[in-house]
Design a protein around this ligand. Structure first.
Ligand code: NAD
Length: 360
């Protein structure tokens, strides 16, 4: 099983090192090879996604990714910015389905900004379409004033667009995920989030999702406008099971959902293509504000490694072992700074990784 390890920038290198430590003690035949990506790759090769890194990623069964970005690159031309590496990987590998589970661990109920009764037992899955929508639609651009008197940008525009096959494939992913969850005792319901009352693109989205849903009579389907979904996520998050939505709404709602559970440092994510090849990364960014201090929470990355074993490497048992080890460490009271509360024991990034290894 070949894994491309791309730590990236900021805390990326610190948290990925802990996940690699965990993977190394599972006793599985994992071949891990590391490469530069993001700002680190730009510094060394002049590009955030060098050919050699892309090749390694393409040839691997799965990619373990840290995070990319730093404010110091904000002045670079857009194609050279670290974040372009993620878009490049998504595009080149056809990674169209982003999975973000938001699970509230009982030991961390107090770390959420919501009341404990609202999030205790929370276990929802946000599925975001990754390759279409307004982020990629053409034409896009800035129009320059032409009267010569006041030269400069007059207006800017982007195009929101989805094709039927794009909606169909993400809808199938959502219905299948809900079906699997139902088999594991969850509700088995898909909530499709749109803005059909205002946008043609999302009326079409709603129609196509409804059509695909007819092939899954065992899975319930409901529809919700995105503004209401944003509200319901903080009002009554447990009303959801699987949420499926487009690229932009998913970008926003998945970050909102991730904060329900306390810390973004706890939340893994997976981006999959049609062959189950995937990129696995924590939901957070490179956190330049705490980089190099040894205080970042590595659990989101360790849990991303568990998702990698489950979805791309077919190692369900090993995935569950990691998840159980994380729960055990939390039950022991160990906490990195972001999830620390009185009465618990403060741990560094490295101590947290070591504790998971020991629990395994
Ligand atoms: P961020 O997620 O990096 O950080 C937001 C806040 O959460 C910060 O206060 C940070 O310290 C904290 N945080 C994040 N991860 C943590 C962890 N594991 N443990 C403890 N605390 C953690 O978002 P940002 O500050 O908006 O962005 C920083 C950089 O990351 C930017 O360059 C941005 O473009 C990039 N970014 C990259 C990705 C990615 O690589 N997929 C995703 C989002 C942002």
């Amino acid at each position: 099983m070949k894994i491309a390890v791309l730590p990236g920038d900021g805390i990326g290198t610190e948290i990925v090192a802990e996940a690699v430590k965990v993977l190394n003690v599972l006793g599985l035949p994992l071949e891990m090879e590391t490469a530069l990506v993001g700002g680190a790759a730009y510094e060394a090769h002049g590009h955030p996604l060098p050919e050699s890194t892309l090749k390694l990623a393409k040839d691997a069964d799965a990619i373990l990714f840290g995070a990319v970005g730093d404010w110091k690159y904000d002045k670079l031309d857009r194609p050279l910015r670290p974040e372009q590496a993620i878009l490049g990987l998504r595009k080149n590998l056809g990674l169209f389905a982003n999975f973000r589970p938001a699970i509230c661990y009982e030991q961390l109920v107090g770390a959420s900004s919501l009341k404990p009764e609202l999030i205790s037992g929370l276990d929802i899955l946000i599925i975001r379409e990754l390759t279409g929508d307004i982020y990629f639609g053409q034409p896009r651009g800035r129009r320059i004033a032409s009267d010569g008197h006041f030269p400069g940008v007059e207006e800017a525009f982007d195009t929101m667009r989805y094709s039927k096959p794009e909606i169909e494939r993400i809808a199938h992913v959502a219905f299948q995920a809900a079906r699997k969850r139902k088999a594991m005792g969850k509700e088995g319901r898909v909530t499709s989030v749109d803005k059909a009352n205002v946008l043609e693109t999302f009326q079409f989205w709603k129609d196509v999702v409804t059509e695909v849903g007819q092939q899954y009579p065992d899975v319930a389907l409901d529809h919700m406008y995105v503004d209401n979904a944003a509200m319901q996520l903080v009002k009554e998050p447990k009303r959801f099971d699987v949420v499926v939505t487009g690229n932009m709404f998913g970008d926003i709602l998945s970050d909102e959902a991730s904060m329900l559970t306390g810390s973004i440092g706890m939340l893994p994510s997976a981006s999959l293509n049609a062959n189950n090849q995937g990129l696995y990364e924590p939901s957070h960014g490179s956190a330049p504000d705490i980089a190099g201090k040894g205080i970042a929470n590595p659990l989101a990355t360790i849990l991303s490694a568990a998702m990698m074993l489950r979805f791309s490497l077919n190692q369900e048992e090993a995935a569950q072992r990691i998840e159980a080890a994380v729960q055990k460490v939390l039950a022991q009271g160990l906490r990195t700074a972001d999830i620390y509360s009185e009465g618990t024991t403060r741990a560094s990034t490295c101590e947290m990784g070591d504790a998971v290894v020991k629990a395994l």
